[in-house]
Design a protein around this ligand. Structure first.
Ligand code: HEC
Length: 142
C-alpha cells in the first residue's frame, strides 16, 4: 500500500469531523430582517466595548465609572437605547431569557460596584460574561 502516513492522518481527521466548525454548527438560526440584524450586531459590538471599559475601570479602581458603564450600556437602563422591546419580539423564548439574565447581571454588577463590594461585583461580572457565552453558543443570526 503506497498510502503515506500523511494521507492516512488526513483521512482520519476528515472522518473525525475535524473540518471547520462551520460545517457542524449546532446553533439555532434566528432570522432577522436585515436592518434589525445590523442594529443587533452594532449593539453587540458595543457590548464588547462596554465590557472592555468596565474591566479597565475596575483595573484602575474606578468603581463608580465601572458601575455607570455597566448600568447604562448593558444594564436594565440600556434597554430603551438598544430597542430591546422591538428586538425581543423576534427572538425565541430561550434567547430572550439569556438576554434578560445578562441585563439583570449588569445592573447587579452596577449596584455592587457602587456599594464598593468588589467580590460581589466580580461575581456579577462573571454572570454577565456567562450570559454572552451561553447565547453565542446557542444562537446565530446569519
Ligand atoms: C441573548 C443573546 C446574546 C447575548 C446575551 C449576547 N450576544 Fe453577542 N451575539 C449574539 C448573536 C446571536 C450574535 C451573532 C452570531 C452569529 O450570527 O454568528 C452575536 C454577535 C456578537 C458579536 C459580533 C458582532 C459583529 O459585528 O459581528 C460580538 C462582538 C458580541 N456578540 C459580543 C457580545 C458580548 C460582549 C456580550 C455580553 C456582554 C454579548 N454579545 C451578549 C447574541 C447574544
Amino acid at each position: 500500500m503506497p498510502l503515506s502516513l500523511h494521507a492516512w492522518l488526513f483521512a482520519i481527521l476528515l472522518a473525525a469531523g475535524a473540518a471547520p466548525a462551520a460545517t457542524h454548527d449546532a446553533r439555532q438560526l434566528v432570522p432577522l430582517p436585515d436592518p434589525m440584524q445590523r442594529h443587533m450586531l452594532a449593539n453587540m459590538r458595543d457590548h464588547l466595548s462596554a465590557l472592555n471599559d468596565i474591566i479597565h475601570h475596575l483595573a484602575q479602581g474606578r468603581l463608580d465609572e465601572a458601575a455607570d458603564t455597566a448600568e447604562n450600556r448593558l444594564g436594565m437602563s440600556s434597554l430603551p437605547r438598544h430597542g430591546a422591546r422591538h428586538m425581543a419580539a423576534h427572538m425565541p423564548e430561550g434567547m430572550r431569557r439569556i438576554g434578560t439574565r445578562m441585563h439583570h447581571a449588569a445592573s447587579r454588577f452596577a449596584r455592587m460596584a457602587q456599594e464598593g463590594d468588589r467580590d460581589a461585583a466580580y461575581r456579577a461580572l462573571a454572570d454577565i460574561t456567562a450570559a454572552c457565552v451561553a447565547c453565542h453558543g446557542a444562537y446565530r443570526v446569519r
